[in-house]
Design a binder for this molecule. Structure first.
Ligand code: ADP
Ligand SMILES: Nc1ccn([C@@H]2O[C@H](COP(=O)(O)O)[C@@H](O)[C@H]2O)c(=O)n1
Length: 211
């Protein structure tokens, strides 16, 4: 790697399509493996707490994340050093015991509800993206995903959404839209926006290799 990696932040509300957008961008770089870092994997470790306490945690507040570790890892990757990326277990509401060994790559996409909230994270990013999807669509997507993939019941998803996710979204997630260079409506199916993002990344990489 001749230059510092390109770092892209992809923020947006729960279920907005951040992961889908990121995966679609990555797919457009068949010859150049991009790296995805999920902010969710950096939720604070809660092994020491009983399950009843873990269920009370506000997972939509900035303080739920171990951004110090995320920033340390991003800085290591930027310095072309490998990291041991944590893995998150949504059913147990804490980190898994395993980690994933991750080698640095030329392009790093860091995605999560609050990646644009922390100024230190924003300062590391070359491109800041906000995936903007209506709340009714997001809650339906989240309901289906959390029941299928995250071991939740209909009642628990609705209760958490009304009491925690929605107010935290309005207080902390939505205001970070102002920091975005690019706002992508509707997320994963917005092929035009995804192509534009991929083209921008390619331009940055080409400009760097010409220097
Ligand atoms: N355009 C779309 N149409 C239908 N389902 C979608 C679309 N985008 C995402 N999903 C589904 O909605 C859920 C949440 O999408 P995801 O990309 O994980 O959002 P986020 O990372 O923002 O929470 C996933 O189950 C995903 O498969
Ligand atoms: N133990 C946890 C940890 C997080 N959440 C919810 O995940 C959402 C963020 O992930 P997305 O993929 O939807 O962006 C966030 O809104 C948390 O409420 C959880 O329910 N349990």
């Amino acid at each position: 790697m001749s230059e510092r990696p390109v770092v892209i932040g992809v923020a947006g509300g729960t279920g907005s399509g951040k992961t889908s957008v990121t995966r679609s961008v990555i797919q457009r770089f068949a010859d150049k493996p991009l790296l995805m870092i999920e902010q969710d994997y950096y939720y604070k470790d809660q092994h020491h707490l009983p399950m009843e306490e873990r269920l009370k945690t506000n997972y939509d507040h900035p303080l739920a994340f171990d951004n110090d570790l995320l920033i340390e890892h991003l800085k290591q990757l930027i310095q072309e050093k490998p990291i041991e990326k944590p893995v998150y277990d949504y059913k147990m509401h804490t980190r898994s015991d395993e980690t994933i060994h991750v080698e640095p790559r030329e392009v790093i996409i860091v995605e999560g509800i609050l990646v644009l909230e922390d100024e230190r994270l924003r300062d590391l990013m070359d491109i800041k993206v906000f995936v903007d999807t209506d709340a009714d669509v997001r809650i339906i997507r989240r309901l289906m995903r959390d029941i299928k993939e995250r071991g939740r019941s209909i009642d628990s998803v609705i209760e958490q959404y009304i009491n925690v996710v929605r107010p935290m979204h309005l207080q902390f997630v939505e205001p970070t839209k102002r920091y975005a260079d690019i706002i992508i409506p509707e997320g994963g199916q917005n092929h035009v926006a995804i192509d534009l993002m991929a083209t921008k990344i390619k331009t940055i990489l080409e400009d760097r290799s010409e220097k």
